[in-house]
Design a protein around this ligand. Structure first.
Ligand code: ATP
Length: 378
């Protein structure tokens, strides 16, 4: 997709989308409701003609190519099975524009596909006697029937309950791998996106914010939006200072500092967090070495990277201790999420599920400079 634009009257649904999906890749578009995920998929499928920009599949421009000639299979959010046809007939419908592979009959191909989606022997059933998850697997079999070169999945699990969704996404991923099928998957569920994808594009307001493998997006968000969208991140705005009192005073009048002083020259580079009276966070010099005292940064700290100690305690070598008060806790089974107040700044931390904390309790939060990720410089 190159510079893809879609306008609906005054609404800009896609505002210049550039994406390249590799052969055999499981590629996911994730973003909040209304950001343009479905519109992107519709352009790929050929249900939508872009206002501007191009779509190419396998190197060939798709301009003017109708959906059925693009070699794409699509599964939508709603199961969209034909209720008056049996399961087998629904799957066979996927073959209406093509022949079954050489040496196979239509019935054999249908049986093979039902086997693939783990519904052997379901051919004669009525769709309305199937569970939601089973119906969605029939829809997948139908989309796979003509051996598409590209599979498009638009929130295929969103109508299903959480456990079924997890099971089905693993199944879809396994089938995708088995077939080596290039797949573009749309979801608003960030956890799902991180769990199944080779690469993820985070979409915001008709634009791509960042593209990369799940771990890279999670560990190194490049924009505030990505940092906030993936996981329950702590995002802080602030100004670069030296952690020692003497220097931080002179920093407040940065004009008096000789030019050329950078974070790397400071004894203890820290971020003075905006909404806090005297809250400072350590800064990793390597990540902000050429920033100047007085520069504005947005940084993030993952809740699970914060060490939590009861009371006023040392937190270990290289960690900076921040004393906070527990406001509320959430027991998550394998972890406990702590919502804390640190000098008026909300901080979320995550600890092992076996440790209980009470609201009102004082805790020491340990933050290592390397765990403070610089997201944006202003
Ligand atoms: P969701 O997760 O809620 O499905 P999405 O990210 O898939 O959202 P799109 O369906 O692509 O979002 O819509 C992007 C924007 O374009 C939205 O603001 C939407 O209201 C608008 N839009 C989509 N289709 C049309 C249409 N046919 N006419 C007018 N506006 C539209």
């Amino acid at each position: 997709m190159e510079n893809l634009r879609v306008e609906y009257g005054a609404t800009t649904a896609l505002d210049g989308v550039d994406l390249r999906v590799a052969d055999g890749e499981f590629f996911t578009l994730v973003g909040p409701s209304g950001c343009g995920k479905t519109t992107t998929l519709r352009c790929l499928a050929g249900f939508e003609a872009p206002t501007d920009g191009t779509v190419a599949i396998g190197g060939a421009s798709m301009a003017g190519v109708p959906p059925e000639a693009r070699g794409v299979g699509v599964v939508f959010q709603s199961y969209a099975l034909f209720p008056h046809m049996s399961v087998g007939e629904n799957v066979a419908y996927g073959l209406r524009f093509s022949e079954p592979p050489a040496g196979t009959t239509r019935d054999e191909r249908v049986a093979e596909l039902l086997e693939l989606v783990d519904l052997p022997g379901f051919a004669d059933r009525d769709p309305d006697t199937l569970s939601g998850g089973q119906q969605q697997r029939v829809a997948l079999a139908r989309a796979l029937a003509p051996e598409p070169r590209l599979l498009l999945l638009d929130e295929p699990m969103s109508a299903l309950d959480a456990r079924l969704r997890e099971r089905l996404r693993v199944q879809v991923r396994d089938i995708q791998r088995e077939l080596g099928l290039t797949t573009v998957y749309v979801t608003h569920d960030q956890e799902e996106a991180l769990a199944v994808s080779d690469r993820v594009a985070v979409v915001n307001d008709g634009r791509i914010e960042q593209v990369g493998p799940p771990r890279e997006l999670y560990d190194a968000p490049e924009t505030r939006f990505v940092a906030e969208f993936l996981g329950d991140n702590n995002v802080f705005d602030g100004v670069v200072t030296d952690g020692t009192d003497q220097v931080s005073e002179s920093v407040s009048g940065t004009a008096t500092r000789p030019d050329g002083v950078t974070v790397a020259d400071l004894d203890r580079p820290t971020l003075r967090v905006d909404s806090s009276d005297d809250g400072t966070l350590p800064l990793p010099v390597e990540a902000v070495g050429d920033a100047r005292p007085g520069d504005r940064l947005v940084v993030c700290v993952r809740p699970e990277r914060i060490r939590v100690r009861r009371g006023d305690r040392s937190v270990g070598d290289g960690h900076v201790a921040v004393v906070a008060t527990v406001e509320s806790t959430e027991f998550l089974g394998d972890a406990t999420r702590l919502h804390c107040d640190w000098n008026g700044v909300a901080v979320t931390a995550r600890t092992g599920g076996e440790r209980a904390f009470d609201p009102g309790e004082r805790v020491t939060l340990g933050v290592a400079p390397d765990d403070v990720r610089v997201v944006e410089r202003r």
